[in-house]
Design a protein around this ligand. Sequence first.
Ligand code: NAD
Length: 490
Amino acid sequence: MSVLKNYINGSWVSSVSTETVDVINPATAELLAKVPYGNATAKDLNDAVAAAQDAYLQWKNVPVLKRIQPLFKLKQLLEDNQEEISKLITMECGKTLAESSGELQRAIENVEVAAGAPILMQSEFLENVAGGIDEFMIRQPLGVTSCIAPFNFPAMISFWFLPYAIACGNSMIVKPSEKVPLTMMKIFELLHQLDLPKGLVNMVHGGKGTVDAILDNPDVKSVSFVGSTPVAKYIYARGTANGKRVQAQGGAKNPVVILPDADIEMTSQIIADSVYGCAGQRCLAASVVITVEKNDKFRDSLYETAKARAVGYGLNKGTEMGPVISKESKSRVESLIAEGVKEGGSLLLDGRDSKVNGFENGNFIKPTIIENIPLDGELIKTEIFGPVMSLLHMKTIDEAIAFINRNKYGNMACMFTSSGSSARRFRNEAMAGNIGINIGVAAPMAQFPFSGWKESFFGDLHGQGRHAVEFFTQTKVVVERWPKEWSRKF
Ligand code: NAD
């Protein structure tokens, strides 16, 4: 099996590293590729930065209306290759084909919004701030930017950043997750067809070795990271200490509150999609479901909906949930379920030790519901990142909101209710960056920042929309005097 190449300075080149890791289909256990790994990949990264710096120096002076033209072609290419890219996402990441194509659609929407850069980059001007003096602000690109992606959205996450970075006049280096590099390989084949200046977009594979080289190379001006909280903290600390602009999205433990006046059928269906979609491996997956007042009807409905979910290979028709990413991940999630039981939780639905006919080597865990885990235990604080619902019952909304606000993460919080005033109070008081009201996955569309609070985000400006344009530009304020007496008479 050949080793994947990097894309540097407009060409596909082999890594200098001889170390590799395997890319494995999580449903079939088939070896899909080998990807460069290890500390030697730092040399690849530094080569990419040198090329990206040269490209940036040309690109920053290209008018913004010209810079966005390749984005229109990119949108078309992504749409034309939608089927192939979606298949690749499913093969390396495990999600269903419908989830993969939904993910790609979200990536495309970011290309569309970034094409608004000629408007989004505009700034402020004030005439006569003092007698005969004008003042204005301009936005200029940063230089070489970088993006470090997680495994769970092989296509979409880099697009929270890449189209904005280049539309704003920067160059970029993408480091895909070593677990799912094939989708980005295909996307870079499409980027290659755009006739961008050589070195404007680069892809360097690897793990910590590549990341540390990004964090330490003085020509890399910004880092956009998405992944787990410990790594986000590390990247934020080391990147900012080295003077870089950093935005680092971390992990999550998302609570959902169901009030007694919510619609039972709709709510159960939406919550099951949120908890079990992408096998629970979404940073916006509902993880802790709280019914206010113990409500057996909801409990029964959540149970029935979870149990009915069809688990299997994402490429097969009818599959509603695929496997988790790796054997290690399966065993980690199963041990966390066991830990919850040890702490006093009771299993309403146990998806451990699951086998799917024809895919006996796949990393399948079926939908699981664990009820009444203690609020002072470990599981209630731990991101599970698998198809597991922790079901709690509380007496009042106040108790539920207080619980949410103690959560160390703040990626998302949702409420299901038919009361506008309860919803309004929740929206105002819940301490999370993305709020859903009768919504199970409150994922901001590309026009809005992908928010996130507390240990789910380190930085100031988020990905997508106007935040991305602000992140990928630095402001310069100009104060100008042009005395009247200097004007020439014609
Ligand atoms: P991860 O943190 O293990 O890896 C993310 C990236 O960091 C990868 O490219 C990886 O190569 C690199 N990396 C891993 N360990 C490193 C280290 N020690 N030093 C430097 N770099 C390192 O995350 P993952 O398992 O790929 O993704 C799942 C996590 O991402 C979950 O915690 C999930 O909640 C989070 N996530 C968050 C969001 C969000 O918007 N907040 C979105 C998607 C995923």
